[in-house]
Design a protein around this ligand. Structure first.
Ligand code: SF4
Length: 197
């Protein structure tokens, strides 16, 4: 019986990582061209993606694995450019909730990384799935090394109960950890307390 040939990879592991590094470098240079530095872009994107339990500077610090000082300076710059708002959280005197202004939303429409999303959208579903699993594994390896939280979405969280709060104003879903309802929109946002189910 003929031996089955082992599939030979057309790309080396080094080549893949070097491509990723170069893509990231080129995107960083485009970010500067649109008027924000990379840290400011990352913070702006985070504020757009975070749920109501995670829109704080502490959560952003954990998400980026940055220092408190860097995050504080970044948020001051974004507020000065009128791209984000800082409001006191209900019932928590010392806690500030971050939000986006209309200008912030408009700025995100020019996000250079959006070009890459458009390119990936042209890939076949199987290719997107393979790419997603590979980049997910790379990300997890780095998060585990630095002991940083996953920041996933509700659907993959052990505290999520789908349609667990159908009569609550904030429902129809429910979070067992915060004991609060979650709208369909919010359940798709990232969370600082996410734990893989
Ligand atoms: S279900 Fe999990 S991810 Fe969703 S809000 Fe609750 S803790 Fe966060």
């Amino acid at each position: 019986m003929a031996k089955k040939r082992k599939k030979v990879a057309t790309q080396s592991a080094t080549g893949v990582i070097q491509s990723l590094e170069r893509v990231a470098r080129l995107m960083r240079s485009e970010e500067f061209e649109i008027g924000l530095n990379p840290a400011q872009w990352e913070a702006l994107r985070y504020v757009a993606r975070a749920n109501r339990f995670s829109n704080s500077s502490i959560a952003l610090t954990k998400f980026l694995g940055a220092t408190k000082g860097t995050i504080s300076q970044t948020l001051i710059a974004l507020e000065r450019k009128q791209l984000i708002t800082k409001t006191k959280r209900d019932g928590e005197r010392r806690s500030i909730a971050l939000g986006l202004t209309d200008e912030g939303l408009e700025m995100l429409e020019q996000d250079p990384w959006q070009q890459l999303i458009t390119i990936v959208e042209t890939f076949k579903p199987k290719q997107i799935d393979t790419l997603g699993k590979a980049t997910g594994t790379l990300l997890t390896s780095q998060l585990d090394k630095k002991d940083l939280p996953s920041f996933g979405v509700c659907q993959t969280c052990r505290f999520f109960r789908e349609k667990g709060a159908p009569t609550k104003a904030e429902g129809p879903h429910f979070c067992l950890l915060f004991e609060q309802g979650l709208s369909k929109k919010e359940a798709k946002k990232i969370c600082c307390e996410h734990e893989v189910s």
